[in-house]
Design a protein around this ligand. Sequence first.
Ligand code: ADP
Ligand code: MG
Length: 547
Amino acid sequence: MIQTLKTYFGYDSFRPLQKEIIENLLNHKDSLVLMPTGGGKSICYQLPALLSEGTAVVVSPLISLMKDQVEALRANGIAAGALNSSIDETESANLRRACIEGKLKLLYISPEKLINEVDYLFRDMSISLFAIDEAHCISQWGHDFRPEYTQIGILKEKFPDIPVIALTATADKITREDIIRQMHLQNPRIFISSFDRPNLSLAVKKNYKKKEKIKTILELIDRHPEQSGIIYCLSRKKTEEIAEELSDNGINCAYYHAGMGAEKRNQAQEDFINDRVQVVCATIAFGMGIDKSNVRWVVHYNLPKSIESFYQEIGRAGRDGLPSETILFYSLEDLILLTKFAMDSKQQDINMEKLNRMQQYAEADICRRRILLSYFSETAKCDCGNCDVCRNPRERFDGSVIVQKALSAIVRTDQQAGQGMLIDILRGMYTPEVMNRGYDKLKTFGAGREIPSRDWQDYLLQMLQLGYFEIAYNEKNHLKITENGTNVLFGREKAMLVTIKREEKNISNRKGSRRKTPVNKELPLGIEAGESRELFEELRALRKQLA
Ligand code: ADP
Ligand code: MG
């Protein structure tokens, strides 16, 4: 294995988990691999492909991704090809022949094409393994659901003896389970490498106006002279606008979005990869599979739609392991726009839930890295020291008793209660739902009576972000205790909560009237007063419509 690694890829050793994953595949076992972007997932199926008889079939969602991979493989002297809508009939015929004659080690294929080939080409060739890249696309719980992917499950039905490896950089626990179920993986081994990227600093800037954002970005560029960076924007128009703004400031800058035609897009990408431009302003269309090691910073000009997207996008910085900066700009306007998108989407509930979690991250007073790692069910420990919250810590207290009360209520309801129900139980409310389920007989009923309901909401959010419980959004949003939570429940660990400070903030009326309106408490936590009134109203209307 090491010999092949060295000969074909030029590396001396394996990265964590790579060897185990490759061995599992060579033993004809199914695997699910979770490894952050840049972790080295490709080798996990490319090397077994070289060491096995026959051709490995690799499913990949993006034509550009396939192209890059095939070129890189060929450059290393490995016979590889890609079957997708971008090649003509002659090419396709040649490729098929090569497959049937067993001349290819790896065949990349788009999910659309794959379905057509299952009963034809695949029957005529000898297949060593199936690799499903970006496997989260198969799950509607994932952040990038692609309907074409759902048909991939057919592979295990048609070819039960061929091992399958599913790989992804982003999948929370529920998505993971869904991938396994939908692909019909047989007793898969699940490999999860740490998602922690300690070299990335994390910062959130709230309610910055355009001028302030540009200033912040220019300072960032100044801090990293002659180094690359990516700016993610919500709209195509914005990418062009920001690129122009930065160009006016003497920055060598390109933009990139799905509306600009393959050629221009490729040009922008190539220019960035080869350091001909320093900065790319892009929509989320940019970056999947881009392997550029020296990206020193990533800015989110707008709020992303989920923590998965956010994490994947900041993950494009600092792939060489050197310190890199990330900045997220967060504003109410973005939140409203994204709420609209989420509501218009097919997966309304899930997308709203994901957006909520993204918003909570942006507003949190808890180590941001810990929130991210908890989100991916990683048992995170202490504060990271490399995020804006850790550098400017909030006042905290030992909240172990509060946390224990909530957690024991979760356990006593057999983890069958959502957040609202849990608060009712803790506060000792005799609501019909509580009584119907007999929760008023629980030992914890009323155990948190002294804490007002909205403080409970705040503490529960903190507990979620500290990773003490998870929300099973595929199970009516019931709360489920985690390992971190168990540690606090049994007194093995202290739970430090952020002290809640409630200032009665006032929205100043634009017309300057002295009438002051208190902030509506139904609104999400932390939205600052002083924002324009219409925005509040709109967001509230949207939420009401949802409810
Ligand atoms: P992923 O698909 O997980 O995002 P890739 O497979 O594209 O990551 O690999 C990311 C980078 O890491 C590539 O440049 C790859 O060549 C490099 N890499 C992978 N495995 C090793 C290894 N064992 N030693 C050194 N570099 C590696
Ligand atoms: Mg990859």
